[in-house]
Design a protein around this ligand. Sequence first.
Ligand code: TYD
Length: 207
Amino acid sequence: MFITFEGLDFCGKSTQVKLLKNYFEKQNKEVKLIREPGGVKISEKIREILLDKKNSEMTIETEVLLFSASRSQLVREKIIPFLQNNKIVISDRFHDSSIAYQGFGRGIDTKFVMDLQKFAIGQAIPTVTFFLDIPIEEVLKRKAKLTHEELDRIEISENDFYEKVRNGYKILAGKEERFVIINGLMKIEEIHKVIVNKIEDLLKEEK
Ligand code: TYD
């Protein structure tokens, strides 16, 4: 099973990823966590370039190619081998982030970004994708608690960028059946319950 988490910055994905990992581990299931961009040596190097605020001259074309390059390396080095060995893989962001952020957010032709993702991910198609949806006001509220130093190159983006990314996620989630849209304003435990219920349904279907 390949599970991905998506959403705007500060939507609470990382907390849910950890809770889900614990849930599986309590059942003695082996889980592999993946971080995007990054996760393997080459991809971590690309991550540094992508998130470094000093790289303000980066073009959007370079940005989408680097995110995709980082992902394609991670897919072949880790994700596909893990899945072939029947491990559960959980990824904090995956290809939908590029479609939402670089496609809908930056305005790069979404069809092109989607095709590029197909090339980058190959057979590593998520079984289920949890989209933690929070309003932009909430993103801004959570962002305001951090200093400029704590934010990365993408996180210092303008508010209307986030609006476009959120709409993009909604369009994607409406199109693809693997998406589960969750109200990210719910309590942490409530969100976790929704996620676990969905996983249990999927496991039943598998049997
Ligand atoms: P991430 O490390 O997941 O940050 P966070 O934990 O705050 O969600 O991602 C870093 C930033 O990169 C985040 O602002 C989202 C952005 N991003 C893209 O723009 N495109 C992508 O394909 C991915 C994976 C991330």
